[in-house]
Design a protein around this ligand. Sequence first.
Ligand SMILES: NC(=O)c1ccc[n+]([C@@H]2O[C@H](COP(=O)([O-])OP(=O)(O)OC[C@H]3O[C@@H](n4cnc5c(N)ncnc54)[C@H](O)[C@@H]3O)[C@@H](O)[C@H]2O)c1
Length: 416
Amino acid sequence: MSTLVVVGLGYVGLPLAQLATRRGVSAIGLDTSAGVVAQLNDGRSHVDDISDAEVAEMVALGFTATTDDAVIADADTVVVCVPTPLSEDGGPDLSMVRSAMTVIGRRLTAGTLVVLESTTYPGTTEELVKPLLEEASGLRAGEDFALAFSPERVDPGNQTFTVENTPKIVGGSTPACTERAAAFYGQLVEEVVVAKGTREAEMAKLLENTYRHVNIALVNEMVRFSHELGIDFWDVVGLASTKPFGFQAFWPGPGVGGHCIPIDPNYLSHRVQEKLGYPFRFVELAQEINSSMPRYVVQRIQSLLNEEGKAVKGSTVLLLGVTYKPNIADQRETPARPLAEQLLRLGARVQYFDPFVDHWRVEGTQAVTDVAAAAGAADLTVLVQVHDAFDVPALVAASGRFFDLRGATSDGTERL
Ligand SMILES: NC(=O)c1ccc[n+]([C@@H]2O[C@H](COP(=O)([O-])OP(=O)(O)OC[C@H]3O[C@@H](n4cnc5c(N)ncnc54)[C@H](O)[C@@H]3O)[C@@H](O)[C@H]2O)c1
């Protein structure tokens, strides 16, 4: 039986390990966090898409998690899914890829396939990963071991598209590496798509993320001037969506969150600037527009309270839904955070209700449990995220004044 080691057991690594385990591949998870490892071996999940029962099922099927990198030596395949955040200066922080690859390189044996899945700029696999592995192992990529990049397309909370039924792109260092990686993923997923090389595979992921970033910025810019022109932009997007070709609907909102959209395109713009000396203007503009949305929402809140003869200072604002996506608990980069922080700075009393969030780490905010009572007492209720569990008409009815940032209400309610 072939052995897989998944390095980094988060939103991306854990579902992959789960799929492999279910497919009869002997999968071991390697993570630097002793807490994550202990929790998983205990049958408890720390990611949204996988339940405790599913982790327990993985463990029963033979999955184990460890912090001991000795497991690399016996692996046929090593897939790396470690985080790729931004550094302090807004550039790529590849420190975790670097340290993972150095550790893998020291243990690497001939014949192993190493795949990087973490999102990164084009060139990383060839220019950073390959030399690290070769130097630490004394082996040659494409000769002694196989090396490939395969971008992750995990969409947390998506019930329709999973790792298994989302086409998987693979691009190897050499055609033989590509073939090896395609054969590995071919036993797990329904469709494997072969890239010309590692750079094309790396860039494809960044095109996908940048495309969403730019299109969300487009509707976020349009919703603002539509409001001033007295045009219902939600209606406009609905109308344009009836075109059966050439248009894909994107909806306005309070900003972008998660990892893929606000962070990943910066990897590409940084690379373009660093290598070529000019800016990737679309990404910069999208960043500027999307990150200014919380400030714009605060201005609209100020105006709404003003209509009631109230100041933000001293008013109670109830935020409904504070995660970056509906129906999940993930709070990474959620625009609800800058929104709450700006309201707090202006002196508002900020309350929140979110069935997915027990404790929101935004100092100064207060959780409410009786949402209807809190909505009735608040000066303004703001729908920041729509979870399926929300009964929006009931929440509107319970509220004094309601502000919908998601287009979930019908005409007559104040919308973004
Ligand atoms: N979360 C998503 O929706 C998503 C979607 C597509 C792509 N990605 C990309 O996938 C990559 C992983 O993201 P994630 O969301 O799974 O991250 P995550 O933070 O959920 O999990 C990463 C795990 O890696 C571990 N780790 C960190 N450094 C390590 C090391 N050197 N060795 C071993 N383990 C290490 C951490 O302890 C953590 O458990 C990122 O590049 C991200 O951009 C994420």
